[in-house]
Structures are given as C-alpha cells and as structure tokens.
Design a protein around this ligand. Structure first.
Ligand code: G3P
Ligand code: MG
Length: 234
C-alpha cells in the first residue's frame, strides 16, 4: 500500500499547517499528516517559516512570539497558528503524524511534550515519525526516544546513497521528488528503509515516483493523490 501524507495538512485547498488543513486531510482518510514545527517563545508552533510574514498577517520571528500572540494572528481564513498540543488533540490516534522539525530548540522539552501526550493516551508511539534536514537533531532524538520512527530528510543524493539514513537508524527517507532516482530507491529498500517522496501533486509526477518504487508520497492535495495512486495501481 502506497502511503499518502498530507503535506502541511491538505494545504492545497486550506491554509498550510492549519487545523482546517488537518481536518480536511482526516476527512479523506490520509495515512499520515506532515506538519512543520518551530519553537516559539513559550511553546511549539506549527508553521513552516522562521518568519511570520509569508503565511500570516504578523511580522517578526516565530521564536519571539508567545503562543497567545501566534494564536491571535490570521494564518489564513481567520485561523491562528496552532500549537503542537492543538495538533495532537485534533489528530489523536486517527493518522500517522510526521513532525518535521525546523528551528526547534529545547529538544528535551519537546521530548517531554511527546511523552506526556503518549502517557495521557492522546497519541500512540507507533503513529509518530520525526523528521528533519538537521540530522544532528535526529541522532539526538533517537537516543532520547529509541522507539520513535526517524524520517531522514534529504534534498540530495549523498555519495553513499541511503547509507546515511541507516546510520541514523531511520525508519524512512523523505526525498525531494526532483532528485529521486532508481538507484537510490533500490539501495534504500535493500537497507530496509521506507522511501517517501515530497512534494508530489501532479499526476505525472506521482506516476514518475511510483514507477521508481517509492513507498509513499507527500502531497498538498491528498485526495487527488489517492485517486491518482489508485489509477496507477489498477
Ligand atoms: O517533510 C517534507 C517536506 O515538507 C520538506 O520540505 O520545505 O516543505 O518543509 P518543506
Ligand atoms: Mg515540511
């Protein structure tokens, strides 16, 4: 089964990384939801950029704003920026949650946050994938949470192909669709890694990466992606 992840939620038709984008993704029974996590002054915020300018009516850096300030902004359709807790509460155990760490600091607090939610039964261990382009973060997280699935993000093909992900004890590699190739996917699969391609929206791109043997895709239009995959697999 090819996994479909809603990229920043169903962000093609809803504000990216918003609660409505997550709800829309859940409505179409996605396998997983990918969300970007940034540290703010007193919490973890779900937003892609370091700066507020592109996706909200606010200005300045996410890390300087409090959760209350972020929630009061308009991040599209009048919605505020959600916290990580808002996201856990909304998704619950309904789908895989792929948290992509951006400028996410105080990782000990982040780990505690996750453990508290698991202990409270809000989410389950098995549904979490933590990913980052910062592989140092991933090494640290895997040491603290040995059970967690690590998603090794890359936009390049390293000299040693997928070996870097194996060294990270990763579960999956999340690879830019523009750089993915057959050799890379084959090597990753032989190492027991799942290969997911981002960000894949058009039918022809979906067919291209499926043909290369990927196990899943990140799409801004998860509903269309599911239909395209069904057509390809028929
Ligand atoms: O996690 C896959 C993808 O989201 C990585 O790139 O810039 O969209 O966060 P970006
Ligand atoms: Mg992302």
């Amino acid at each position: 089964m090819i996994q479909v992840f809603a990229h920043r939620g169903a962000s093609g038709n809803h504000p990216e990384n918003s609660l409505s984008a997550i709800s829309a993704a859940l409505d179409v029974d996605v396998d997983g939801i990918e969300l970007d996590v940034q540290s703010c002054h007193d919490d973890y915020a779900i937003i892609h950029d370091t700066w507020l300018d592109r996706t909200t009516n606010g200005r300045g850096m996410v890390r300087d704003a409090t959760r209350e300030m972020l929630n009061a902004l308009d991040a599209g359709n009048g919605e505020g920026i959600p916290t990580l807790q808002n996201v856990f509460d909304l998704i619950g155990t309904k789908a895989t949650i792929n948290l992509e760490l951006k400028h996410t600091y105080s990782l000990d607090k982040f780990v505690q946050y996750i453990e508290n939610n698991i202990n409270a039964g809000v989410i389950e261990r098995s549904q979490l994938i933590l990913s980052s382009f910062d592989h140092h973060q991933l090494v640290w997280l895997k040491q603290k949470l040995p059970w967690v699935k690590i998603g090794a993000l890359t936009a390049s093909i390293p000299l040693n192909y997928a070996e870097f992900a194996q060294k990270l004890h990763a579960y999956s590699i999340h690879m830019d669709k523009n750089f993915i190739n057959h050799e890379f996917v084959l090597d990753a699969k032989q190492r027991g890694l799942q290969v997911y391609a981002y960000t894949v929206d058009k039918q022809r791109d979906i067919e291209l990466v499926l043909d290369m043997g990927v196990d899943g895709i990140f799409s801004n239009y998860p509903c269309h992606a599911k239909m395209a995959i069904n057509r390809f697999c028929d």
